[in-house]
Design a protein around this ligand. Structure first.
Ligand SMILES: Cc1cc2nc3c(=O)[nH]c(=O)nc-3n(C[C@H](O)[C@H](O)[C@H](O)COP(=O)(O)O)c2cc1C
Length: 339
């Protein structure tokens, strides 16, 4: 059975998977219906909810769909550092009248989700924070599912291709959300996306460029460099179909937020978002401990959203956030490709 090939897309736009709310079946279907590849986020939800999201997206489009998974990373959290960080966040938790979450380590039900995907067979499955093992990649191929590996360095590109992925997503330093860096303790690469696309192109024929792309000019530049498509996340955050929460929607167009930065303060893993007070106050002391810090700060972030406070929750976004706007996703996809 021929596997789906990103080069066959009518429009060279891949929607980014955006866990935590922004990715909805409606958004994935809208990007696919516009001629691109719509993505569902498989992380931070149960395997049952993932199956449900795939079914809803399938009911909305007969075109290709992709699903992303977070590959379980080694537990690098140090209990004493996590406890000290919890102590530091205590005052803010009291301010919102909530208990901090339990800083637990989980694998996000990865193995169960792999089985759901082998059963429901979206056209594409992608991985971040590492790469699936060669055995699972082979099972996907045998099930007719193409695999994409998110990479941030040449070494990661080589590792993903060695395991058998069909294509690469080259994620550059300007990307919104978590960096896909395999080693959770490594500082994410700051090499330019241009450099990464070219080096990844020496490892795979099929490279999708991601990170900070939100204008037709930036899309065209990546295609000129040899990328077969671009992946956009931030550009879709304000789309009608996105599930972006109302506080993040407002923050993304609020002039008080002038820049993004990479922080581990919210989740214990490096991610780019709007620079706000929480980030400024807590980034210097936050430990690298994913997903423990994600769970620890969860109730705080939820309370901040409920209270409409943009300074105590994360607003993941790439450096292109000033160019984005609210409209149907189909229009964003069309405009990015100059149609
Ligand atoms: C809100 C948000 C959530 C994200 N969640 C995920 C995710 O669940 N899985 C993943 O592989 N990448 C995730 N990313 C990163 C994207 O896949 C992609 O690399 C990034 O959006 C590209 O940069 P851009 O946002 O500047 O377009 C997320 C990005 C954002 C903005």
């Amino acid at each position: 059975m021929a596997l789906f090939d990103v080069r066959d897309l009518e429009v060279p736009i891949v929607g980014a998977p955006m866990a935590g709310g922004p990715s909805t079946p409606q958004l994935a279907a809208a990007v696919t219906e516009a001629g691109g590849l719509g993505f569902l986020a498989g992380a931070l939800l149960t395997a049952d909810k993932l199956a449900e999201d795939i079914a809803v997206a399938r009911s909305l489009t007969s075109g290709p769909l992709a699903v992303n998974l977070f590959v379980p990373q080694p537990d690098v959290g140090k209990p004493s550092e996590i406890a000290a960080y919890a102590e530091e966040l205590g005052e803010l938790a009291r301010h919102f009248g909530v208990q901090l979450g339990e800083p637990r380590y989980t694998d996000d039900d990865y193995a169960q989700k792999v089985e759901v995907l082998l059963d429901l067979r979206p056209e594409v499955v992608s991985f971040t924070f590492g790469c699936a093992d060669a055995g699972d990649i082979k099972r996907f191929a045998e099930a007719g599912v193409a695999t994409l590996g998110t990479v941030t360095t040449k070494a990661e590109a080589e590792a993903a291709v060695a395991r058998g992925v069909d294509a690469l997503v080259a994620q550059g330093p300007h990307a919104g959300g978590h960096r896909g860096t395999f080693d959770p303790l490594a500082r994410p690469s700051t090499d330019s996306l241009e450099t990464l696309v070219v080096t990844a192109g020496t490892v795979s024929d099929v490279v999708v460029a991601a990170g900070g792309i939100s204008t037709p000019g930036a899309v065209a530049a990546m295609l000129d460099l040899g990328a077969v498509a671009v992946q956009v996340g931030t550009a879709l955050l304000l789309s009608d179909e996105a599930g972006t929460n109302s506080v993040s929607r407002a923050a993304l167009t609020d002039p008080q937020f002038t820049e993004t930065a990479v922080t581990r303060a919210f989740s214990g893993r490096y991610a780019r978002g709007l620079r706000n007070r929480f980030m400024q106050n807590h980034d210097p002391t936050a430990p690298l401990a994913y997903p423990q810090i994600h769970y620890l700060t969860g109730p705080l972030r939820k309370a901040a959203v409920a209270a409409g406070d943009p300074h105590a929750t994360n607003h993941w976004a790439g450096t292109g956030f000033k160019e984005i706007r609210s409209c149907p996703a189909a229009q964003i996809v069309a405009e990015l490709t100059g149609r």
